[in-house]
Design a protein around this ligand. Structure first.
Ligand code: 5RP
Length: 274
């Protein structure tokens, strides 16, 4: 029998991740402990999740973080983008040596809205990580689960348009439904080079509220569907103000100045996350 709705599961999950109302998303990246351990802002993961979950559209995290910190009743209130690649730590220089750590049946069991795999283009483990992505896509698509590909950047790689567009395009060609990459000069050319695949932008190391908000603004202006920021939210002294300000840019098309006003309004009640 011909399946006339082959992509219905994918589309339904994509709609949970990226709002069909405005085709935008504020994804909160809190998957860092999978290789960094208890990093600042994620030491008390349940508190971080409880504090920030109401203001994001989707949580990018790990199986263990969900299991240990989200009560079954709360799971489902926000879609989870489940990280399924890993196997290394900051104690080892070559972070690109990743395998698939979570199977698709587990992702289904957890009702993941999508699964995320890192790809290290140009690294010692380029081929393995691209095949991690293609193998995951081959399995996940069978279950109607979209795959987000993370263009992870090794320390020797330049975060420029040439490199990031190359890595992003490889992810699109592998079949990723969403590409997560870093912001760079002429970012709209990267977005164009993978259109219509959705692009979300990683925040990178903690910078400052105005700089991170400008990056969010420039990303969506260049055509990204949103951001998948982590440290610039959970390591800020005013994490709720920061995520609200990002939401105002991504969903409300606010300027950086308007978003900074929202940030400042929250500052008196702010408390830093452990
Ligand atoms: C690691 C990741 C992280 O989720 C990503 O780096 C986003 O977090 P941040 O905004 O802190 O960079 O995918 O490979």
């Amino acid at each position: 029998m011909v399946n006339t709705y082959p992509d219905v599961g994918i589309q339904s999950r994509m709609n949970r991740i990226i709002s069909p109302k405005d085709n935008r998303v504020v994804m909160l990246a809190i998957d860092h402990p999978y290789f960094q351990g208890p990093t600042t802002g994620l030491r008390n993961m349940s508190n971080t999740i409880r504090t920030l979950m109401p203001y994001c559209d989707c949580l990018m995290t790990t199986r263990g973080a969900v299991r240990a910190n989200i009560a079954p009743g709360d799971l489902g209130s926000k879609p989870v983008m489940l990280r399924v690649s890993g196997g290394n730590s900051v104690l080892f220089d070559e972070l690109s040596d990743e395998r698939i750590t979570v199977g698709i049946r587990e992702a289904v069991r957890m009702d993941a809205a999508g699964v995320a795999v890192s790809v290290f283009v140009g690294s010692a483990n380029q081929q393995r990580t691209i095949l991690n992505l293609t193998d995951t896509i081959n399995q996940a698509e069978d279950y109607g689960i979209p795959v987000l590909a993370v263009t992870a950047v090794g320390k020797d790689m330049a975060r420029d348009l040439r490199y990031l567009a190359l890595a992003s395009r490889i992810c699109q060609d592998a079949g990723a439904r969403i590409v997560k990459t870093y912001f760079c000069e002429e970012f709209s050319r990267l977005v164009d080079s993978v259109a219509p695949t959705a692009v979300v932008v990683a925040g990178g190391k903690y910078s400052s509220p105005p700089d991170a908000l400008k990056m969010a603004f420039d990303s969506v202006e260049a055509g990204a569907v949103g951001v998948d920021f982590g440290r610039n939210i959970f390591q800020d002294e005013n994490p709720v103000g920061m995520i609200k300000a990002i939401g105002a840019i991504v969903h409300g098309n606010h300027t950086v100045k308007e978003a900074m006003d929202i940030y400042q309004e929250c500052l008196p009640r702010a408390s830093k996350l452990e």
